[in-house]
Write a protein that binds this ligand. Structure first.
Ligand SMILES: Cc1cc2nc3c(=O)[nH]c(=O)nc-3n(C[C@H](O)[C@H](O)[C@H](O)COP(=O)(O)OP(=O)(O)OC[C@H]3O[C@@H](n4cnc5c(N)ncnc54)[C@H](O)[C@@H]3O)c2cc1C
Length: 381
């Protein structure tokens, strides 16, 4: 099906799902532009659980659900909550048939989506730098000097979206919590004690305005986040931005000095690659007046803290829903975008409110009280 040009900015879960669902139904006018130089430009990071009713629904719409199941780790649904002295406060072991939230590595998920697209759909090394309205759409300028025209511009370009300002003046604000991401490699062979500590899924150890959150990834890798409630300037003031892993490790070991020795070993044995991630979020609710020819998906529309566990799931559902509505309104993309925004804006506001409350309560002075109550309530639900 030949359609007016649709320019998707961003080859993350949102933009790739949109492109895939459209192409699966014969739409050939969709192009994805990403600033990365290629699919392997940067490590994709940790693991994502794909929820029934959102991420899984999008994977079904993309025709990729079976491929997802083949790569997914259902045992990754296991969870452990530990006290800072290392004692176990709560443990969930996934039943063999539990299928609500299987985990998949981010890189594997991106690979599934990319491999499903027609060759040449994604234009790599194309950073959007300017958008100018024209009589029938937008003129897009990229940092490689190229210029493209599009009838519909879809901003799927994440937290610092260059498309968002066309619709909204909102910018992400600091949540009060900084994550320092770390990785422990080859745990089955070299660190079986840490492998046993974390188990098959995830472990979190929230205590007094901090937490250690560690997830089992594929390939014998543990990926963790040392989370601290500190001012935004904390990382820079303590030399965490200087690129010296010894400095980062020393600061983290001091911050987590009162945690049990086996928990601190995660930081001691982490690879020499730490990434500082201040957790940012858009205001809640984030809305805009419908504007012809442009819309937002995923984090560009509703960046929220990871404490909803829904960011990538909603991003993919956004992509699948917008594709479905474009297909249901042939020749009238404006009606499709209106219907998409009416569906997406309320549901993302609910999730974003949950994420804001979640981070407030989980990384708190009285932690782990909230996390324990929350997990017990799930068990009794
Ligand atoms: C620590 C952490 C843990 C998380 N854990 C989970 C989880 O367990 N479950 C979950 O569902 N979500 C989780 N999330 C959230 C999830 O990562 C995001 O919600 C999701 O990646 C959003 O997808 P997206 O496609 O909207 O944006 P992104 O994944 O950010 O992709 C945006 C793409 O746009 C490109 N881009 C950006 N600017 C431009 C430009 N100007 N021109 C061209 N291209 C551009 C980027 O290169 C990128 O490829 C977590 C987030 C964090 C920070």
């Amino acid at each position: 099906m030949t359609t007016p040009p649709i320019a998707v900015i961003g080859a993350g879960p949102a933009g790739l799902t949109l492109a895939r669902v459209l192409q699966r139904h014969g739409v050939d006018g969709v192009r994805v532009h990403d600033l990365d130089s290629g699919p392997d430009d940067r490590p994709q990071g940790g693991t994502l659980d794909m929820h029934a009713g959102s991420g899984q629904t999008a994977l079904e719409a993309a025709g990729l659900f079976d491929a997802f199941l083949a790569a997914a780790r259902p045992e990754g649904q296991d969870g452990r909550l530990l006290a800072h002295d290392g004692s176990v406060l709560f443990e969930h072991r996934a039943a063999p048939d539990e299928a609500d939230n299987p985990e998949i590595d981010r890189g594997q998920l991106r690979g599934l989506l990319l491999d499903s697209l027609r060759p040449g759909t994604v234009r790599w090394g194309a950073k959007l730098v300017a958008t100018t309205p024209t009589d029938d759409g937008y003129r897009l300028a990229f940092d490689d000097g190229s210029v493209e025209a599009a009838d519909l511009v879809v901003g799927a370009d994440g937290a610092w979206s260059r498309v968002r300002p066309l619709l909204s003046p909102a910018v992400p604000g600091y949540s009060g919590v900084t994550f320092v991401e770390f990785r422990v490699d080859d745990v089955d062979e070299r660190h079986p004690d840490l492998a046993a500590l974390v188990g098959r899924g995830s472990m979190s150890v929230p205590y007094a305005n901090r937490s250690l959150i560690v997830q089992r990834n594929s390939g014998g890798v543990l990926r963790g986040y040392a989370a601290v409630r500190r001012p935004l300037a904390w990382a820079a003031e303590n030399g965490l931005d200087d690129g010296d892993p010894a400095q980062v490790r020393a600061v983290l070991l001091e911050v987590f000095a009162d945690y049990a020795p086996i928990l601190r070993e995660l930081l001691v044995r982490a690879a020499d690659e730490f990434t500082v991630r201040p957790i940012m979020a858009l205001p809640v609710p984030h809305r805009w007046e419908h504007t012809r020819g442009v819309t937002l998906l995923g984090d560009a529309a509703h960046l929220m803290s990871p404490f909803s566990g829904q960011g990538a799931n909603l991003a993919m559902l956004d992509g699948a829903d917008l594709a479905r509505l474009l297909l249901e309104h042939p020749g009238d993309p404006d009606a499709a975008v209106r219907a998409y925004e009416e569906l997406m804006l309320p549901r993302s506001a609910t999730a974003a409110q949950g994420a804001a409350t979640g981070i407030e309560r989980a990384i708190a002075a009285d932690a782990p009280a909230h996390s324990l109550r929350f997990l017990r309530s799930l068990e009794n639900a």
